[in-house]
Design a protein around this ligand. Structure first.
Ligand SMILES: [Zn+2]
Length: 85
């Protein structure tokens, strides 16, 4: 599965010499990849946030524009969240 934010394979692989593309060791596709793919950060709060960002991104094409938009939406949502408290 590719990253829904940047459209790339989210994992960094380490070759352990058994063929294939190796073992995934980290998520390094983009700054939002870990929200979806990294077990350490992909708790409910983050996946909800990721969902809302993707919702607003809609069909925006993969690329720089989508990432800029994602960052803007992310900051907007975080700010709204902070205001609620
Ligand atoms: Zn990504």
């Amino acid at each position: 599965m590719n990253c829904p934010f940047c459209g790339l394979d989210p994992y960094e692989y380490v070759d352990v010499g058994v063929g294939g593309r190796g073992v995934p060791v980290a998520v390094n596709c983009c700054e939002f990849g870990p929200m979806v793919f990294d077990d350490r950060t992909s708790d409910k709060r983050w996946s909800k946030l990721a969902e809302r960002i993707l919702d607003e991104l809609g069909e925006t094409e993969y690329g720089e524009e989508r990432m800029t938009l994602a960052t803007e939406i992310y900051h907007k949502l975080i700010t709204n969240e902070a205001k609620k408290k």
